[in-house]
Design a protein around this ligand. Structure first.
Ligand SMILES: Nc1nc2c(c(=O)[nH]1)N(C=O)[C@@H](CNc1ccc(C(=O)N[C@@H](CCC(=O)O)C(=O)O)cc1)CN2
Ligand SMILES: Nc1ncnc2c1ncn2[C@@H]1O[C@H](COP(=O)(O)OP(=O)(O)OP(=O)(O)O)[C@@H](O)[C@H]1O
Length: 209
């Protein structure tokens, strides 16, 4: 099965899953690179049209955002750009929060933000709200690098969302968002990986509940 463009877990001639965590973390590194490469290779038009489909999927899944805080993200490395959708959430009576990296290996903080409000460069130069109140979102929309059939999410490898979700006192509704091409059979989840309640992609399918 180790065809062109695949990244078999090493240690097995057939690429079958090995339980060696070192092999799995190497496999994750390779898959992150491959999947980020795939989405960066898409045209801006293709990303925009897939992003519109993702936004429609989020609307169907989440329903009315009235009185709810939805955490989004400031897009980078070809992630779906949902900033236009964030305006719709606010117009419909919801609020938007953005994640802030406080430090490596620490949970994220979420700060309220609305389009037009000031942002500043945080850790790794990521833009974060300068002044919004720190909140716990009702809905966490987390960008995925990859995702699997059990709704586990592969991110950039910082473990930020897993730590954040584990530390939250509220139990938010957790939605992973990404392109359909980011689907994997399994991400070989670690014990501390937290599955999403749903994954929304540009393809309508069984991941929506
Ligand atoms: N748009 C967006 N914002 C987000 C996230 C995200 O996934 N997407 N995050 C979701 O977690 C947090 C940021 N997570 C990040 C994790 C790793 C790297 C990164 O560049 N890591 C380097 C290695 C850095 C180092 O260890 O020195 C790398 O991958 O090369 C960047 C952001 C919060 N904000
Ligand atoms: N709740 C947690 N407590 C302690 N360590 C954790 C926790 N969650 C994740 N980690 C550690 O963080 C590291 C990266 O985790 P993982 O590969 O799952 O990141 P990711 O989901 O791809 O990244 P991100 O969530 O930042 O997008 C791993 O070494 C993992 O053990």
């Amino acid at each position: 099965m180790a065809g062109k463009g695949t990244n078999p877990i090493p240690g097995r001639p057939d690429g079958a899953p090995s339980e060696l965590s070192q092999d799995i973390s190497q496999w994750r590194v390779g898959e992150r690179k491959r999947l980020i490469g795939l989405r960066l290779a898409m045209s801006a038009d293709e990303r925009a049209s897939k992003t519109r489909a993702i936004a429609a999927g989020l609307d169907r899944l989440i329903g009315s955002p009235q009185g709810r805080i939805v955490s989004l993200y400031w897009p980078f490395r070809g992630e779906p750009d949902l900033r236009e959708w964030s305006t719709k959430i606010i117009e419909a009576g919801g609020q938007i929060a953005l994640p802030v990296v406080i430090a490596k290996a620490q949970p994220l903080e979420f700060r309220l933000w609305a389009p037009g409000e000031p942002l500043e460069r945080g850790v790794w130069n990521i833009l974060v709200p300068s002044s919004g109140r720190v909140v716990e979102p009702d809905v966490v929309v987390a960008p995925v690098v990859g995702f699997d059939a059990a709704n586990y999410r592969l991110g950039y490898g910082g473990g930020f969302y897993d730590r954040t979700l584990a530390a939250m006192t509220k139990r938010p509704f957790k939605v992973g968002v990404g392109y359909a091409g980011a689907r994997l059979a399994t991400i070989h989840p670690h014990a501390q990986d937290i599955a999403m309640d749903a994954i929304v992609t540009d393809e309508r399918g069984s991941h929506e509940h």
